[in-house]
Design a protein around this ligand. Structure first.
Ligand code: NDP
Ligand code: PYC
Length: 346
């Protein structure tokens, strides 16, 4: 038998225009019983994920929306409630719906407060959360604001030096607006990789790289399935571990919401999307700097030039390139995923 016979096959791909991707997601979410507002808010983020080459937070997430609804872990027609908590704090109660609609509801007041005070925070509570954070960060940079966001998830990740999951994959995202250019944005899980990527490897029958996780007996593993049943690892050892703990604290107890361990306990084995809170902080350079804003923002450009000038790339550049391609060519998803999605319409 040739060696290649043992290698996982490349999946057959199917091409969709962005409109087709949007229609597919919307029709599945409506058919499942989600309100128009929830369906539209989720569709905007999963189509953006697919468009920007972030398949781990793209159309495949629609499967999780429907299974979370069937498990009774998301409120299909939740209407977020915006609360003016303090001069610099907005709170949005998602009332058990998805984080995307809650973010949309809180964004205008967050921006107003950031402009008035220089800094403001949005605490989203009681939301079902599965989205990539750059989608939200971009909406803040478009308003000329600097932004930071983070949230816990389910306890899937072991602390550095340990072997039992306690942290979520706990993403941290940051954005810096740039006049006439794409914003500087990074957005990463504090685990070595997002869990969605491990799930996509499992679906494709592919091994995962070493360093992403350990099996249930604590041994390093390249099996996606074994790592999903064992523990994921943090990026950067103790450094990622400390950042993951920080996210648990500031987007958990500080905002009166669940930690990743509590979210997983609430899930009770249903394998639904995590249920917890999110913290978003917005800063207004104009308020910090007044008349000197342009001068200092120009100095920031020198930093970016210094990075790119030596051949390094800025985070999100791959994403922006993928966006340009998708806008003209559409996106490609595995046929198996397309079939699983279409099956939700019957
Ligand atoms: P990646 O490791 O794929 O990427 C992390 C960041 O690093 C991106 O901004 C990426 O930009 C940038 N980057 C990658 N390679 C380079 C490079 N060579 N030079 C400069 N920058 C680089 O992301 P993760 O797997 O950690 O996370 C993926 C997504 O998962 C995130 O959007 C995150 O929000 C989401 N997530 C959501 C969770 C939730 O609870 N809702 C939980 C965990 C993750 P680029 O994209 O351009 O490559
Ligand atoms: O990919 O780790 C992940 C994730 C968790 C919740 C949403 N995405």
């Amino acid at each position: 038998m040739p060696l290649t016979a043992y290698l996982p096959k490349e999946p057959t791909m199917i091409r969709l225009t962005l409109d087709e991707a949007r229609t597919l997601s919307l029709s599945i979410l409506r058919h499942a019983g989600f309100s128009e507002a929830q369906a539209q808010a989720v569709t905007a983020t999963v189509v953006a994920g697919e468009r920007d080459g972030c398949a781990s937070h793209g159309l495949y997430r629609v499967l999780g929306c429907v299974s979370s609804l069937k498990a009774g872990k998301v409120v299909a027609d939740a209407e977020p409630e915006v609360v003016d908590q303090a001069p610099s704090i907005v709170r949005v109660d998602a009332r058990g719906g998805f984080s995307q609609l809650a973010f949309q509801a809180g964004l205008p007041l967050l921006a107003d407060k950031a402009r008035a005070n220089g800094i403001a925070a949005l605490a989203i509570n009681r939301c079902v959360h599965f989205s990539a954070l750059w989608v939200e960060i971009e909406q803040l940079t478009e308003l000329g604001l600097v932004a930071l966001a983070c949230n816990p998830s389910h306890a899937w990740v072991a602390p550095a030096g340990g072997s039992k999951p306690i942290f979520g994959t706990n993403p941290v995202a940051f954005g810096w607006p740039r006049a006439g250019k794409h914003p500087f944005i990074f957005d990463f899980a504090t685990s070595a990789i997002a869990r969605g990527d491990i799930e996509l490897h499992r679906r494709a029958g592919k091994p995962i790289p070493e360093g992403w996780g350990i099996d249930a007996s604590g041994q390093p593993s390249t099996s996606a399935e074994a790592v999903m049943n064992g523990a994921m690892l943090t990026f950067g050892g103790h450094k990622g571990s400390a950042l993951a703990a920080m996210v648990e604290l500031i987007a958990g107890p500080l905002i009166g919401d669940l930690t990743s361990a509590e979210s997983l306990a609430y899930d009770a084995g249903s394998k639904s999307s995590p249920y917890h809170g999110e913290l978003i902080i917005a800063l207004d350079p104009q308020r910090f700097l007044g008349a000197a804003a342009d001068e200092h923002l120009a100095r920031a450009e020198a930093l970016f030039d210094g990075i790119e000038g030596q051949g390094a790339r800025l985070p999100s550049q791959r994403r922006y390139d993928a966006r340009d391609r998708s806008l003209s060519e559409g996106v490609q998803i595995p046929q198996a995923l397309y079939d699983d999605l279409k099956a939700l319409l019957s």
